[in-house]
Design a protein around this ligand. Structure first.
Ligand code: B1M
Length: 212
């Protein structure tokens, strides 16, 4: 692995939040692809952090510092992913479901979609069913993206789909779901139109929905 990417990865794992911005800024100057910095540096680091947390090697405070460090790094890469000229290819409404505060993965998906030329309206985290459905009615996006990282919040995705159906909005929007505990079988079971296993797959799925 590229030495600078390795440093970024270690920086996030160790929560070196004071250094991360300059590390990412430096590597971006070399012309490396922002996707590579995100996938092999920032995301790879959070996978390690997640494993350490699961193994009881680190606890919530350390995990939060790593998450914050990753976000600082993402903020540096973001301008390089977005701002491509041309009319948006379509509108995607995104949010993390009610009861769930995890937004790192969702933010990466948002960035990648923006980088691919879509307009993304990000509702944020902990979004209740009513707010999602009202936004679909108002914005009329081609795609609604729902993220969940907790097994306890996954049922919220089903509630959103049921409510869209009840309000006669289901046929107007494609629903994409994602997040670590979600899989294709779950997506099918709750009546979603597709599942994105990662940000790259999410972009491919949205492209297939809108025909770009
Ligand atoms: Co939380 N947390 N967390 N956490 N956290 C997990 C999810 C957990 C698996 C850790 C563990 O126990 N091993 C566990 C869930 C267990 C379960 O549900 N069975 C857990 C827990 C338990 C909790 C708390 C309850 C802990 C506590 O307080 N005791 C609490 C809950 C708070 C809440 O939400 N109500 C909590 C809190 C937190 C922090 C605040 C400390 C922090 C979140 C910070 C933030 O997001 N702003 C945090 C973190 C960082 C994690 C882990 C370590 C990492 C998550 C992450 O950012 N991954 C996580 C462990 C893990 O996942 N290994 C864990 C990196 C990110 C790039 O990946 O989000 O999967 P991911 O996104 C990917 C794909 O999934 C996909 O694309 C992304 C990019 O490739 N994707 C989509 C995501 N959304 C998509 C949507 C799409 C398509 C693709 O379409 C719409």
């Amino acid at each position: 692995m590229n030495e600078s990417i390795q440093k970024i990865k270690e920086g996030v794992i160790e929560g070196r939040h004071k250094e991360i911005e300059s590390l990412v800024r430096e590597i971006c100057k070399t012309g490396i692809s922002p996707d590579k910095v995100i996938q092999e540096g920032l995301i790879a680091a959070m996978n390690v952090v997640g494993q350490k947390f699961s193994d009881g090697e680190i606890f919530v405070p350390e995990m939060m510092v790593s998450a914050m460090t990753m976000k600082l790094g993402l903020n540096i890469v973001k301008p390089l992913m977005t701002g491509k000229a041309g009319a948006p290819k379509g509108t995607v409404l995104m949010g993390t479901v009610k009861g769930d505060l995890h937004d790192i993965g969702k933010n990466i998906v948002v960035m990648m979609l923006e980088g691919a030329g879509f307009q993304v309206i990000d509702l944020g985290v902990d979004i209740d069913v009513e707010k999602v459905v009202a936004a679909v009615a108002e914005v009329r996006p081609q795609v609604l993206g729902l993220s969940a990282l907790l097994t306890t919040t996954m049922p919220e995705m089903k509630r959103v789909i049921e409510e869209l159906r009840a309000r006669g909005l289901r046929d107007r929007v494609k629903v994409m779901v994602g997040g670590a505990p979600v899989d294709a079988a779950f997506a099918e079971k709750i009546g979603a139109d597709g599942y994105g296993s990662d940000a790259v797959q999410a972009v491919a799925l949205v492209r297939s929905f809108v025909g770009h």
